[in-house]
Design a protein around this ligand. Structure first.
Ligand code: ADP
Ligand code: MG
Length: 283
């Protein structure tokens, strides 16, 4: 059994005419220390997929398991980073991370907590902003706090839902490099949702497309381990493997989207038979 396994997972929301089948027959195996990127179009069920891994929601059918144990609820073994930072506005950078550290390491004394918190603040280059509140931080800084908070919990696996997509391109690049540097230091298992193929190619070992929904399944995975590490964002553009993979993934995603649109169009054209109005005057 792999480190993280999803077996025949289905998930829908709502019921009756409001029912949305989001995921259907999801099978995914992730090995320890692997960095997997999941790419997909907006609304295809990426956040649903990562929420299932995090234990924030339960599958209708199938199982999600981490290290052989079925995931039923959120736990400190899974660090989660969302797109919208999810920081507590009344706590400082230090306070936000401290709160998480206290929960995970209840036996730490005050100085051990402070030392631990500061180590992770330094790791994401936020020393100067330690006592600032989230409202005083830029988007990039807020996302650094989220990342530091998740890493400070020393989770077995890091789950990230489009962590950098709200950031401008330059900040995004800086954070991608920081994440790479941190990941190279202590190779945790990472699952990252992204809609950016270049980001996925720069960071991941394997890229798994999520097909457009409803009832989305995972597509053919792309092995990115042929791109040697450390990966340099400028040099990589000249790499033949990078170019080949980038083309292959982009074409695959475009094809998926075209097929999906065709299927939808077909579905829209197949209207059900309507009852003809009855002429009551003839009766
Ligand atoms: P993505 O992250 O790929 O954009 P989501 O997983 O957020 O996709 O959503 C997939 C589909 O499920 C969308 O159609 C969305 O509207 C629907 N959805 C997501 N969360 C809920 C919810 N809590 N209740 C009802 N529908 C939801
Ligand atoms: Mg999402």
């Amino acid at each position: 059994m792999s480190y993280l396994e999803m077996q025949d997972v289905d998930k829908h929301y709502g019921s009756g005419s409001e029912r949305t089948d989001v995921l259907n027959g999801i099978n995914l195996s992730i090995e320890q220390g692997e960095f997997v990127a999941i790419v997909g179009f907006s609304g295809s069920g990426k956040s649903t997929l990562i929420s299932l891994m995090a234990g924030l929601i339960k599958p209708d059918a199938g199982t999600v398991s981490l290290q052989g144990k079925v995931v039923r609820e959120p736990g400190p073994d899974r660090g989660v980073v969302f797109q919208n930072y999810s920081l507590l506005p009344w706590l400082s950078v230090f306070g936000n991370i401290e709160l998480a550290v206290k929960q995970v390491f209840p036996k730490y004394c005050k100085s051990e907590i402070a030392e631990h918190v500061r180590r992770y603040i330094a790791m994401v280059n936020l020393k100067e902003a330690e006592s600032k509140k989230p409202s005083e931080l830029s988007g990039g800084m807020k996302q650094r706090v989220s990342l530091a908070r998740a890493l400070a919990m020393q989770p077995d696996i890091l789950l990230m839902d489009e962590p950098f997509s709200a950031l401008d391109a330059l900040t995004r690049a800086v954070l991608q490099d920081e994440l790479t540097r941190i990941w190279e230091q202590d190779r945790r298992t990472v699952v990252m949702i992204t809609n950016d193929i270049d980001e996925a190619l720069l960071l991941a070992d394997r890229i798994v497309p999520l097909k457009p929904g409803p009832g989305a399944t995972l597509g053919e995975a792309f092995d990115v381990s042929c791109l040697s590490r450390p990966r340099d964002r400028t040099a990589i553009n000249q790499d033949v493997n990078y170019k080949r993979l980038r083309n292959a993934i982009t074409n695959y995603m475009i094809e998926l989207n075209t097929d999906h649109k065709k299927a939808r169009t077909r579905r829209n054209l197949l209207l059900p038979d309507l009852n003809q109005p009855v002429d009551l005057t003839a009766a």
